[in-house]
Write a protein that binds this ligand. Structure first.
Ligand SMILES: [Zn+2]
Ligand SMILES: [Zn+2]
Length: 115
């Protein structure tokens, strides 16, 4: 069953905290993927509610294999990074499901913790 994700989510890159851009990919079986990609051209981080944060293999110097998955406790959809607060060292995560209002403040997911 396809996940009903909010159409208007604006995730931030979990490495650069830059806004991510929507990209549409088509799989070899004709399946459509709506992903969010970091706006830094040198960054290969992507996000989708089905997969969480992941790097497309091949060109990521930062953390080639690291994926970051924060499941929503209510429905296990992978949450996205909504805002980054350096002052309080916390990130605001939000569930991407259209009918879920879950959000959570978590300690900043820094690169060191991804390894
Ligand atoms: Zn990035
Ligand atoms: Zn949820």
């Amino acid at each position: 069953m396809p996940l009903r994700a909010r159409p208007d989510i604006q995730p931030l890159c979990d490495v650069h905290f830059r806004p991510m851009l929507v990209v549409n990919l088509e799989g070899s079986d004709g399946s459509k993927w709506r992903l969010h990609a970091c706006s830094d051209l040198n960054c290969s981080r992507h996000y989708s509610p089905e997969e969480g944060y992941f790097a497309v293999p091949g060109d990521c110097q930062v953390n080639p294999e690291g994926s970051l998955r924060m499941p929503c406790p209510a429905d296990l959809t992978f949450m996205y990074l909504k805002s980054h607060h350096t002052g309080i060292q916390k990130d605001l995560w939000r569930c991407a499901r259209i009918d879920c209002e879950h959000r959570e403040l978590l300690p900043i997911a820094c690169e060191a913790e991804l390894k």
